[in-house]
Design a binder for this molecule. Structure first.
Ligand SMILES: [Zn+2]
Length: 207
């Protein structure tokens, strides 16, 4: 059984896929669909621009396998992580104009405890699968982080992306499709993670 994707599967749309040339999970552009029109047949890697048959990302299949094993426990852990992340995002999204006063705001110790159990049971909005929820959370966090990076960044120093180049953490990249990105991690000599407005992507370099 395959969960319905967030984005409709269409030719020209982005999709995460395993690139046989980069040997990485990279963003691909769907080139053609299978006869059923529901799954990609061929995809083009946005890192090396190679076209090949679509292969699902290795990372997500491994994660799916791992989470299946731990069942309920991992769901609980995910919910806790989600709550923490939401709190972080909210804190980051606070207006920067808030000036700290000399007196710290008094925390109301006498305040009645919030009815937490009822609040967590209440479910608003469409039902999302855990992976959809984590994708949505990641996208929201990325947009906030990207906006913060953009402030004060010298975007004109952005380099055009090429997989033959090498990049370091902090480099600004001007990608023809994804726009301005900031290199956030270099995990391996030929692989780096870059924060774009719509999320973090893994890309190849130094090939
Ligand atoms: Zn590739």
């Amino acid at each position: 059984m395959v969960a319905p994707p967030l984005m409709p599967i269409q030719v020209g749309k982005d999709i995460d896929a395993w690139c046989t040339r980069c040997r990485l999970d990279t963003t691909h552009i769907i080139v053609s669909l299978k006869a059923d029109g529901l799954s990609p047949k061929r995809a083009e890697c946005t890192s090396c621009h190679g076209q090949h048959n679509y292969r699902p990302p290795k990372m997500s299949t491994e994660t799916a396998k791992a989470s299946r094993g731990t069942g309920v426990r991992s769901r609980k852990a995910m919910a806790v992580a989600a709550a923490q992340q939401m709190a972080d995002v909210t804190a980051e999204a606070m207006p920067a104009g808030h000036k700290p006063t000399k007196k710290p705001p008094v925390v109301e110790v006498s305040a009645p405890p919030a009815p937490k159990k009822k609040a967590t049971r209440k479910r608003a909005g469409p039902k999302l699968t855990p992976s959809e929820r984590s994708k949505a959370r990641a996208a929201a966090a990325a947009a906030v982080a990207w906006g913060e990076r953009l402030e004060g960044a010298d975007v004109s120093s952005g380099r055009k992306y090429s997989m033959r180049e090498t990049y370091a953490v902090g480099d600004i990249i001007d990608h023809p499709r994804f726009g301005v990105g900031f290199v956030v991690t270099v995990t391996e000599p030929q692989k780096f993670e870059i924060l774009f407005e719509d999320g973090v992507r893994v890309m190849a370099m130094g090939r």
